[in-house]
Design a protein around this ligand. Structure first.
Ligand code: ASP
Length: 324
């Protein structure tokens, strides 16, 4: 039994041709965040603090779709969401945030300072004010890059899309499912376990480009995008509607709890059998320090490290990935 940590920066249709200027900064941030998490675990920082710390750092980067880099709704506004949970099943979640710098920390405050689990929209913003958390003008998110993303998604009649591919010709027949959302680069998550088997998970997102106002995805839904119990901690990414239907994160834990599967077996089963190809990925650690990062999308920004010096970093499938 040893510590382990894994993080993701979003699963989706990440083309192999992703330009270096898009790939390299995101990779650098992921490596940096992995380092922060590893140092914290080595210094015996509790996993709940570790996942919050790492996700805050990812939220502060403009290269991911969470916090500072969050994408726009169809009305050109921002509605961020986040969730945090530990192996004792304490949890907090937030949705519909438009001014909060670090949604993951607000989720933690909901968990620790309220009798509730999930706050959204005006109520969540009011609670944030009351708690004195750092905020910015909501106009801060209306960057030229975000406006461009939104207009591309609108032109292609898609609910998101973030690989800056030219939209298909308007008269080309399209599969309606295609409009339900190719996952995009960017949602972030981190899972960690310490030497004592304390587990925690955190996930944060801006959702999809061009999403309907008020749309809530899987990220803040306990058991869908985010879940931890005494067996494992899971953070999922991909097309939220599919992840919610499959209760992805909870099913991984349930397969371990009720069927005795290992973490790797449980996660591979959920990603291969319970979610359609091209829709989901996850990172997870178990109470005994196992780690797994399967996905059924083209790619997933991911990184992990364990106390016994196993480490992996990647975007596309590696030869050892079995979940594709
Ligand atoms: N799962 C997120 C959502 O549906 C998006 C993502 O993971 O990229 O909001």
């Amino acid at each position: 039994m040893g510590w382990a940590i894994a993080l993701h920066g979003g699963a989706g249709d990440i083309p192999l041709s992703l330009p270096a200027h898009r790939r390299e900064p995101a990779e650098a941030v992921l490596r940096h965040c992995l380092q922060i998490g590893v140092s914290a675990l080595k210094a015996n920082t509790p996993p709940l603090d570790v996942v919050e710390l790492v996700v805050r750092e990812l939220e502060n980067s403009p290269h991911f779709n969470a916090g500072r880099g969050s994408v726009l709704t169809t009305n050109g506004t921002v509605e961020m969401e986040a969730c945090i949970m530990d192996g004792t099943k304490k949890c907090g979640a937030v949705s519909g945030l438009s001014t909060i710098v670090n949604p993951i920390s607000l989720a933690r405050l909901v968990m620790e300072k309220t009798p509730h689990i999930y706050l959204a929209f005006d109520g969540a913003e009011a609670f944030a004010k009351e708690q004195g958390v750092e905020t910015v003008e909501s106009s801060h998110f209306i960057t030229p890059r975000n406006i461009e993303r939104l207009s591309q998604a609108k032109e292609a009649n898609k609910v998101q899309l973030d690989y800056t591919q030219p939209p298909p010709p308007k008269d080309e027949p399209q599969d309606p499912a295609a409009n339900e959302g190719d996952s995009q680069i960017g949602t972030v998550g981190c899972v960690a376990v310490d030497r004592h088997g304390n587990l925690a998970t955190a996930t944060s997102t801006g959702g999809f480009v061009n999403k309907m106002v008020g749309r809530i995805g899987d990220t803040p839904v306990i058991g869908a995008g985010t879940y931890a119990n005494s067996f494992c901690a899971v953070s999922a990414t991909g097309k939220g509607e599919f992840i919610i239907r499959a209760t992805v994160a909870r099913d991984v834990a349930a397969l371990m709890e009720y069927k005795g599967l290992s973490l790797k077996e449980a996660a591979a089963y959920v990603i291969e059998q319970c979610t359609p190809k091209g829709t989901a990925g996850l990172v997870a650690v178990s109470v005994t320090g196992e780690v797994t990062m399967p996905f059924n999308t083209t790619g997933m920004f991911r990184a992990c490290a364990t106390e016994d010096e196993y480490s992996e970093f990647g975007i596309w499938p590696s030869l050892t990935d079995s979940a594709i």
